[in-house]
Design a protein. Structure first.
Length: 152
C-alpha cells in the first residue's frame, strides 16, 4: 500500500498570474536560463498551466525552454517579452484600467505576435506562441473578477 499523500487541486488563476508575472519579470535570455529563480518559476508556471490544459502547458514549455531561448535570436525573445509585458501590465492594473485600455493593450500585444509570426514564417514555435496569447486573452476575460482585487 502506498502511504504517499497526493495533493489534488485545480488551476488557480491568481497563482498563474503571479507565476506568469515572475517569469516575465526575470526575462528570457541566454544568460537567464541557468538562473535558479527563472528555472523555479518556469517549472511552477508550467505545472500550473498543466492543471488547466496539458496541450497549453506544452506550448508554455516550448516557448520558455532553455533550448529555444538559446536557439532563437535575441530579437524574437525581446518581442515575446514585450508582448507578454502588455498582459502583465493589464494584470497589474486591472483595478484601474477601463475596458478600452485593456483592449488597446491586447491589440498591441497581438501586433507583436504578428511581427514574430512573420519573422518565423508561421512555424510550430509561432503556433505555440499564438496559443499562449489566445489563452492570455481568454484568461483575462474568464478570471478578470478574481484578479481585479489582488496585487500581482
Amino acid at each position: 500500500m502506498n502511504n504517499k499523500i497526493s495533493e489534488e487541486r485545480n488551476f488557480n488563476p491568481v497563482n498563474f498570474a503571479h507565476l506568469f508575472t515572475k517569469v516575465r519579470t526575470i526575462g528570457f535570455s541566454a544568460k537567464m536560463i541557468d538562473d535558479k529563480d527563472f528555472i523555479l518559476y518556469r517549472e511552477e508556471l508550467i505545472k500550473e498551466v498543466n492543471l488547466y490544459s496539458k496541450d497549453l502547458a506544452l506550448d508554455f514549455a516550448k516557448i520558455l525552454s532553455s533550448q529555444n531561448i538559446n536557439y532563437y535570436k535575441k530579437e524574437i525573445y525581446d518581442l515575446i517579452y514585450t508582448c507578454f509585458s502588455h498582459f502583465v501590465e493589464i494584470y497589474n492594473n486591472l483595478h484601474q484600467y477601463k475596458d478600452a485600455t485593456i483592449k488597446t493593450n491586447i491589440r498591441i500585444a497581438r501586433t507583436y505576435l504578428e511581427d514574430i509570426k512573420k519573422k518565423l514564417n508561421e512555424n510550430s514555435f509561432a503556433t505555440s506562441l499564438e496559443n499562449i496569447i489566445n489563452f492570455l486573452e481568454f484568461f483575462l476575460e474568464k478570471f478578470k473578477d478574481q484578479l481585479v482585487n489582488i496585487s500581482i
